[in-house]
Design a protein around this ligand. Structure first.
Ligand code: ATP
Length: 441
């Protein structure tokens, strides 16, 4: 299957069918901000639901959390975000090393040259990724707070609460899905890099001696997840961070990368964060963040294995993976989104051939039977061929057509999105027939 060469076709399909719109479009839009339309919101919810199930339902030792976006400003001091992101930065265009402008020798700044490799330095810029805002009615520095740039800190600060209330013992994890905000210097590539996005993060707390083993386990499990949402293993790979790429908190880091039209790019980060976060919060809050092993009674600071995935990027990868322009036997081209049935925004389309002759009433009855089981879409207008094509672009795995034979044989025609094969299925068996293919496949 030919792969997408750019995001352009996806952008226009998204607008045409209602997956994703430019934010505030009637005002000319706002750079790199997007709204999920009727199909997109379903698709994204399915991505989140599958991740949530894979984490919390499939693991007895992972619990969920939904922390506030606005947190105490000290959180971001402890995490390193306040200090770490407000320096004037310059990048070396050649070796990509990053420097604090104020620590560079004068000579280098004058010649705009990198000390190690002699490459050219960029202009310096204020690199504060966090969005600042004011809390309360009085505008003073004490009321400055931040929109969280990652969901992880909400998990770390709640570690003692979860230990005290959930009956979990190490090793265990806390999963969270939520919005994060970064004032990215170069956002772009559709929903790949935006300033407001959603993360799906699971922080796994382990005994330091077992951290390396758990790191390997989570690498494997996370890679396996992408198979369950229909992403071909050939289009995925690991990228290991070298010593110069490692974040200040990380002992080891691998990215899961997907082969996007812009090239191999990060979908998810898997990090061994060691005891950095809990130790920092212990120091800054003065609260004990240690863990008492119930067997040995020994207190220690757990290590954290982090799996941090982007919800929007996963949705974008699923869209890239699904997209096909298929040339049919008659030479015409149909655009079809081959979503995994579990991800498909609409599972079943109910299409009476015509409105007259009792077909509309029967189709409505079938729709009402199915709608408590699946997301069903009803469409009675226009030529049937055109209605099929619209559903192909929406990625609907099955179209159910009600025709005049249905009145006699109590069966419907079910059209398969991918093969376009059509078979008759008795109405009485329809729900089970669909459930088997949509929920189990
Ligand atoms: P990148 O190198 O692409 O900026 P990152 O290494 O800073 O990403 P993390 O901090 O590890 O990213 O965040 C975890 C995940 O959150 C990323 O793998 C990505 O899927 C998602 N993510 C991060 N920043 C953005 C963004 N600006 N827009 C959309 N998704 C993002």
């Amino acid at each position: 299957m030919a792969r997408l060469e750019s995001f352009d076709k996806l952008v226009s399909l998204s607008k045409r069918r209602g997956f994703i719109f430019q934010s505030s479009e009637i005002y000319g839009g706002i750079n790199a901000c997007y709204d999920y339309g009727p199909l997109g919101v379903e698709l994204k919810r399915n991505v989140k639901q599958m991740w949530w199930n894979a984490m919390t339902r499939q693991h007895d030792n992972i619990v969920g959390l939904d922390a506030a976006i606005l947190m105490h400003p000290k959180v971001w001091e402890a995490s390193g975000h306040v200090g770490g992101f407000t320096d004037p930065l310059v990048d070396c265009k050649k070796c990509k090393t990053r420097f604090r402008e104020d620590t560079l020798p004068e000579a280098n700044m004058k010649s705009k040259e990198c000390p190690e490799c002699g490459g050219e330095l960029t202009e310096s810029r204020q690199f504060n990724l966090m969005f600042k805002t004011q809390m309360g009615a009085v505008e003073d520095t004490a009321s400055t707070i931040y929109l969280r740039p990652e969901t992880a800190q909400g998990i770390f600060v709640n570690f003692p609460n979860v230990v005290d209330t959930s009956r979990q013992q190490i090793p265990f994890g806390i999963a969270q899905i939520g919005k994060a905000f970064r004032n990215e210097i170069t956002p772009g590539n559709f929903i790949f890099r935006t300033r407001e996005f959603e993360q799906m993060e699971m922080q796994f707390f382990v005994n330091p001696e077992e951290a390396d083993e758990w790191f390997e386990t989570w690498k494997e499990r996370r890679m396996a997840f992408y198979d369950t949402i229909g992403i071909d293993r050939e289009n995925l790979r690991f990228h290991e961070h070298g010593p110069d790429e490692l974040a200040h908190y990380a002992r080891a880091a691998f990215d899961v990368e997907y082969k996007f039209p812009i090239g191999w790019s990060e979908l998810e980060g898997i990090h061994n964060r060691a005891d950095f976060d809990l130790k920092q919060h212990e120091e800054f809050s003065g609260k004990n963040m240690g863990y008492r092993d119930p067997q040995t009674n020994k207190v220690y600071t757990p290590f954290i294995i982090e799996t941090s995935a982007g919800c929007d990027r996963t949705t974008l990868a699923a869209m890239c993976e699904a997209y096909e322009e298929e040339t049919l036997e008659d030479g015409s081209v149909r655009t079809v989104m081959h979503f995994h049935p579990r991800l498909a925004p609409i599972k079943v389309a109910i299409l009476p051939l015509v409105k007259k002759g009792g077909l509309k009433e029967l189709a409505t009855e079938i729709k009402d039977q199915l709608k408590s089981h699946f997301n069903v879409f009803y469409d009675e207008k226009g030529a049937i061929g055109r209605r099929y094509r619209r559903m192909d672009e929406a990625g609907t795995p099955y179209c159910v057509t009600i025709d005049f034979d249905t009145l006699d044989d109590k069966a419907v025609t079910v059209r398969d999105r991918d093969s376009m094969d059509q078979i008759r299925v008795p109405i009485a068996e329809l729900q089970a027939w669909l459930a088997e293919r949509i929920l189990i496949s």
